[in-house]
Each structure stands twice: as structure tokens, then as C-alpha cells.
Design a protein around this ligand. Structure first.
Ligand SMILES: NC(=O)c1ccc[n+]([C@@H]2O[C@H](COP(=O)([O-])OP(=O)(O)OC[C@H]3O[C@@H](n4cnc5c(N)ncnc54)[C@H](OP(=O)(O)O)[C@@H]3O)[C@@H](O)[C@H]2O)c1
Length: 280
């Protein structure tokens, strides 16, 4: 039997690289499409990828949250317009698409974890462009699943864990915000869930995060303790850091819907982060 062909758009990024690895481990024929050879805003590039694929996983995105405030046109072109085009081509070709989205579609003001039913109200251009992409994909009418993920870290690319380790170099004390709460998620775990989705092809909107919730401050303390780095971590508020884009304080996901689709239980954030740090 032919192996399942999975086209991974943005396949060289932090998440895309792990999706490619996991799909290959599952015996799928995974092909990475990414800049500079593949541009998701280029219609003929998207057509070629979709023609080749049995299933499409879209990890391609404009992900610079602060820069998006001054590059809104580009953020919308990649995160929204291109996703709509991808959906229309996939609909005509009758291909299933899994699209990755974000907790930044929410304003973080809810008292409790966000479910798929909660209204999205983004605080910044990046979140608004990702929400527009979700809507355009749904409007295209193609068979699709949207997986919102949050607080991801992984081997490839820049992320909060790597930033912490770098910032701690040569310092005695590091200030970390204690008012942002979420579910740190290892891209390898997200990739395993995506790989399972590619095999089962469910449709609809899903939230995925590793289990449990923690503040950025508690997460930093955990990272330094496990790595044996002796920096003092001081809690502070988000208002102490000036950034171009506002960020949601509450990024907690309710993952009960996706738990009903996945075969195994979702691992807790601490167990996953500890394993990642051992490999780092
Ligand atoms: N990181 C997080 O904490 C987080 C949280 C929630 C959701 N997400 C979502 O997770 C998904 C994967 O992001 P990531 O964390 O893996 O970020 P990433 O490392 O920045 O990956 C995005 C990939 O898309 C590529 N890309 C950008 N513009 C493109 C274009 N026009 N055509 C083709 N590829 C393009 C990037 O290439 P270049 O590197 O060359 O630009 C990169 O390889 C995104 O949908 C993101 O919104 C991430």
C-alpha cells in the first residue's frame, strides 16, 4: 500500500520540523514545504503542494508577534489571505487540511480555561490575523481541522525556554512575569497529536496543550531548577515589560474536546518539559 503523503507547509519551522519527524516515524511520506522555495502566498506553490499531498498540515505563519503591529499587511497576507486560498484550492482538490492556530485569538480576560465555544477577541494584530485565517479556512468549505496551540517550545527555532536559558547567562537575578498563565506545550507532543489527526482526519476546531497550567514565573523556576542554573527568579507584572503588542494574561485551554479524539492521555506540562530539558 502507498504511504500517506503529508505536505507540511512551514515544515522547517519550530513546530513543522517536529511534525515532519513524527509523521515519518508513523510511516507517513512527510514532505516539508517552506521559504525560500515555497511561499504560502504564492498560488502556484500552494497548488503544487496540494496536488502532491494526500493531506495538508499548515504550520506556515507570520509569527513575530511584536513586529506584526507594524507589518500588519504582511501578517494578514500570510496568516489570513494565504490560508483562505489554501482552503479554496484544497476544496477543489478534495484534500483535508489541518491548520494550526493560537491562544492569541483570545483576550485572556476569561475567569477559567478557554473552550472552543468561547468567543475570540484578539488583543493584537498577530492574533487578529490568525483569527481571520481560521474564518477564511472555514468559509472555503474544504474538509478541515483547526488546532489551536499555545506556549509552544521545541528543539528548533526560538522560544521561551531557550530565551530563559540565554537570559540567565551571567546574571544573578531574572525578572519573569507571574500574571501570564497557560499550558506550556512541547512541539513534539503537538506533532504527535497532529500526526494522529492526519491519520484520522477529524474536522472542526480543537484546543491542544500539555496538561495543567502554570505562570511564566513558575515555569522559569522549574526550568532553572531542572537545569541546575542558580539564577534567582523574581516575579513581576506584565506592565513592567514594554512591548509593541499586548498579550493575553490567561491562555489556559480546556482540552476535553481533543482528548475525545486522541488515543492516549495528554501528558502533563511538567513531565514533558522535564524530558525536553534532559534532551536540550
Ligand atoms: N510559538 C508559539 O508559542 C505558538 C503559540 C501558538 C500558536 N503557534 C502557531 O504554531 C504554528 C507554527 O509556528 P512555530 O511556532 O513553528 O513558528 P515558526 O518557527 O516561526 O514557524 C513558522 C514557519 O512558517 C514559515 N513561513 C513564514 N512565512 C511563510 C511564507 N510566506 N510561506 C511559507 N512559509 C512561511 C517560517 O519561515 P521563516 O522562519 O523563514 O520565516 C517558519 O518556517 C503557527 O501557526 C503559529 O501561529 C505558535
Amino acid at each position: 500500500m502507498d504511504r500517506e503523503k503529508v505536505a507540511i507547509l512551514g515544515g522547517k519551522g519550530m513546530l513543522g520540523s517536529d511534525v515532519a519527524r513524527e509523521c515519518a516515524l508513523c510511516g507517513m511520506d512527510a514532505k516539508q514545504f517552506d521559504l525560500p522555495e515555497f511561499d504560502i502566498t504564492n498560488e502556484s506553490h500552494v497548488r503544487e503542494a496540494i496536488e502532491w499531498a494526500g493531506a495538508v498540515v499548515n504550520c506556515a505563519a507570520y509569527t513575530n508577534v511584536d513586529k506584526a503591529e507594524s507589518e500588519a499587511e504582511l501578517a494578514y497576507r500570510v496568516n489570513a489571505g494565504a490560508v483562505g486560498m489554501l482552503g479554496r484550492i484544497a476544496k477543489a482538490a478534495e484534500k483535508w487540511v489541518l491548520h494550526v492556530s493560537t491562544d492569541f485569538v483570545f483576550d485572556g480576560l476569561k475567569d477559567g480555561a478557554y473552550s472552543e465555544e468561547d468567543e475570540a477577541r484578539p488583543l493584537n494584530v498577530y492574533g487578529a490575523s490568525k483569527l481571520a485565517g481560521e474564518k477564511m479556512l472555514a468559509e472555503s468549505g474544504c474538509a478541515n481541522a483547526i488546532m489551536r496551540v499555545e506556549w509552544t517550545y521545541g528543539e528548533h527555532g526560538n522560544n521561551f525556554v531557550k530565551k530563559l536559558v540565554k537570559l540567565a547567562e551571567g546574571r544573578d537575578e531574572l525578572k519573569v512575569v507571574s500574571d501570564q498563565v497557560g499550558g506550556p506545550s512541547w512541539t513534539r507532543e503537538v506533532a504527535k497529536a497532529i500526526c494522529e489527526f492526519a491519520a484520522k482526519r477529524p474536522e472542526g476546531l480543537y484546543h491542544f496543550a500539555n496538561g495543567g497550567y502554570v505562570s511564566r514565573y513558575e515555569m522559569a523556576k522549574f526550568v532553572f531548577e531542572k537545569l541546575g542554573i542558580g539564577v534567582r527568579v523574581k516575579a513581576c507584572g506584565s506592565d513592567e515589560f514594554v512591548s509593541a503588542a499586548k498579550r493575553p494574561l490567561n491562555s489556559m485551554f480546556d482540552c476535553s474536546k481533543i482528548s475525545g479524539v486522541l488515543d492516549g492521555p495528554i501528558r502533563g506540562w511538567g513531565e514533558s518539559l522535564e524530558e525536553f530539558l534532559r534532551e536540550l
